[in-house]
Ligand binder design. Structure first.
Ligand code: SAM
Ligand code: SF4
Length: 464
């Protein structure tokens, strides 16, 4: 496969867009309100906008687009790290092979089931399963067995995992077929940096040193039948403007080749990690202001692609960034294998990186509820086959709102009923009451009321 990332073209595009005219920036902002996305030149112009008044206009347009397409829902998931053995040497990661101080662990199936039970008892329904890249200690067979174990692990009160997304090293088309058969949801992979020279520097050895094998992983996943793929860049390794354009070129490549762009874009920022030089001193640190701007620009550029924010970011900033276009968030996370059952003790010695937001799922839910967001554990589209191109066709005319809002309310109710603390339950019931009042269609309102009642009577897993 051809390398579709052209460093010189990205640099030239950014160069051309320097010091943009006010009127041109406003024209692009206006165009983005039509929700049809932006070209690389337009994205570069927004990225090169330093005028604070215009930056504020970009931010408020991102808030508008987020509300228009996604409403105020936030889908919640938990990452599940099953092994931290790794043959790669990524200079920013605590799992790198040269980190001799890391306590290495590959969870047994029983330990994985224990982790899953802990997460289910907190109320999680969606997982992102991850591991380091290591043939001997975390092979694909092992990983698939872990997926099967997690799906098969259930707890009282309808506790079950309904969707498992995965984030593992690039696979062959054949192996992606096996992952598809294991009923994974989205295949997520971050390119880390789209800048070839920085990529080489950050990945000195191991299979991950191959830029092109990684860049084309989503292609092979789609060829292997996986409908939804996620992309991402690790912000802090290279110039953030360059990385945003890299993401846009990647999205355009998938869209033009397969008729559907990425399902999600992740925007991780570098966090400190044990014995990881590039994480301790990021080569291109991204400030909070730059981070706000880049999230907003991505929202304007690819309005229908979900955006994921992890617990890497501190709580206060996370709340603010949600409104700029985030549709999925992790909560209550641990990045050390076995971290959920064992709690916080000595976590850093086995963790991939430090977390900025260490609150529990219930605390996060209380917080987002009181800020007017609807927490969602919905997995309906994936289970009803509304994926890939079908999902995008449906999302584009705004149907996402109709289905997703209802399913968010139903899954949130189930959470409140089964797992919430008293304080969260009160805040949550108030929010649901208000949302019911705001529901316009008579039929939708009736359907919601009937199903909410059924959930109160103990039914689970209701969705449309
Ligand atoms: N080992 C696989 C890989 O590298 O793609 C699977 C997932 S790895 C456990 C998940 C992601 O964590 C990496 O793609 C990287 O972007 C991110 N990561 C690694 N070190 C990090 C750090 N110090 N701060 C923030 N994110 C980090
Ligand atoms: Fe291994 Fe992934 Fe960490 Fe790199 S980022 S050292 S591949 S776990």
């Amino acid at each position: 496969m051809q390398d579709f990332i052209n460093d010189a073209l990205i640099i030239e595009t950014l160069q051309r867009a320097k010091d943009p005219e006010k009127a041109r920036v406003r024209e692009i902002i206006e165009k983005s309100r039509e929700l049809r996305g932006l070209s690389p030149d337009e994205v570069a112009t927004l990225l090169q906008t330093e005028d604070q008044e215009l930056v504020q206009e970009i931010l408020s347009t991102a808030r508008f687009i987020k509300r228009e397409i996604y409403g105020n829902r936030l889908v919640l998931f938990a990452p599940l790290y099953i092994s931290n053995y790794c043959s790669n040497n990524c200079l920013y990661c605590g799992f790198r092979i040269d980190n001799r101080e890391l306590e290495r662990r590959a969870l047994t199936m029983e330990e994985i089931a224990d982790e899953v039970r802990t997460l289910e008892r907190e109320g999680h329904k969606r997982l992102l399963m991850l591991c380091g890249e290591n043939q001997a200690r975390s092979s694909l067979d092992y990983f698939i067995e872990a997926i099967e174990t997690a799906y098969a692990t259930t707890t009282e009160k309808g506790g079950e995992i309904r969707r498992i997304n995965v984030e593992i090293a690039p696979q062959s088309v054949e192996d992606f077929r096996r992952l598809k058969a294991a009923r994974i949801g989205t295949y997520v992979l971050f390119q880390e940096t789209y800048h070839h020279a920085t990529y080489r520097e950050m990945h000195p050895s191991g299979p991950k040193a191959d830029f092109l094998w990684r860049l084309t992983a989503q292609d092979r996943a789609m060829q292997g039948g996986i409908d939804d793929v996620g992309i991402g860049a690790l912000f802090g390794l290279y110039d953030y403007k360059y990385e945003v354009l890299g993401l846009i070129f990647h999205a355009m490549h998938l869209d033009s080749t397969y008729g559907v762009g990425p399902h999600t874009i992740s925007v991780p920022r570098l966090e400190p990690a044990l014995n990881a030089p590039a994480a301790i001193t990021p080569p291109h640190p991204v400030s909070d202001d730059e981070f706000r701007k880049l999230v907003a620009v991505i929202r304007l550029a690819v309005p229908y692609t979900g955006m994921i924010l992890s617990t890497r970011e501190p709580a206060a900033l996370r709340s603010e960034i949600f409104d700029l276009g985030i549709s999925q968030i992790s909560a209550g996370s641990r990045t050390n294998p076995g971290g959920y059952r064992q709690g916080d003790s000595d976590a850093f010695r086995a963790a991939q990186f430090n977390l900025g937001d260490t609150r529990t799922l219930d605390e996060v839910i209380y917080d987002i509820t009181t800020h007017g967001h609807i927490p969602s554990f919905c997995t309906a589209c994936y289970r009803l086959g509304r994926v890939g191109e079908d999902f995008m066709d449906m999302a584009k005319p705004g149907l996402i709102q109709k289905f997703c809002r209802t399913n968010a309310i139903l899954t949130f109710k189930e959470y409140l009923q089964d797992y919430a603390s008293d304080k969260t339950k009160i805040a949550g019931e108030e929010l649901i009451e208000r949302l019911l009042k705001e529901t316009r269609g008579k039929k939708t309102k009736q359907l919601l009321e009937t199903r909410l009642k059924k959930i109160e009577e103990g039914e689970h897993d209701l969705y449309i």
